[in-house]
Write a protein that binds this ligand. Sequence first.
Ligand code: URA
Length: 239
Amino acid sequence: MRLHVRIAHSGLCSRRAAEKIILEGRVHVNGSVVNELGFKVTEDDEVAVDGRVITEAKKYTMLFHKPAGVVTTLNDPQGRPTIARYLPNYGVQLKPVGRLDMDTDGLLIVTNDGDLALRITHPRYGLEKEYQAIVEGIPEEREMDRLRRGVMIEGGKTAPAKAEYVFVDEKKMTTSIRITIHEGKKRQVRQMCDAIGHPVIRLTRLRIGPFFLRGLQPGECRLLGKVEMDQLRRMVGLD
Ligand code: URA
């Protein structure tokens, strides 16, 4: 493993900040200063930053109910509200796995386990994501079928999906539908609904794989328990 990655894994800082710390000559490996980027270490090597030996950070994986109006990032250059204000401070870098649009609310996984995060988003493991969308108008069955078979959006044709009616509000002329996909194209559900001529008014992610939003208030998060973690790790081919 490269030295800057090992430092980042300790939870001390990001990989980029770790590179800076290395270049500043603040890192010792087995007692000798190393200020070379790309230097490789093994688990047996002792790494110290500013004279303090670092150890692998404990891993945390949480479910989070992202409220609407909040950006899925930890730091927004435009100064908009970010998810950072809702996450607990465990002294590690919790990062969102994938993203929800600013206007979308619902379930997001956050973790400091980079390998797990990569696998959750990898198309090979294709975790299902279920959304509730309130759309303009009342889609016809043939339009729902188009969602199921796949529609052309920016980024290509969407893979087969599930789409079901939940509720038609004839007064407001809106329809609530459930859409389940296992891809993660940009603004996918909104683009899919645009493609059939029924733009989304409100979008909520209800489920990722075996994990449900139910029980989490907007802005609330909870750690996954051991049984849930084992289940998740198995689903993405770890363990
Ligand atoms: N699809 C969207 O359009 N937006 C999201 O936030 C997630 C999926």
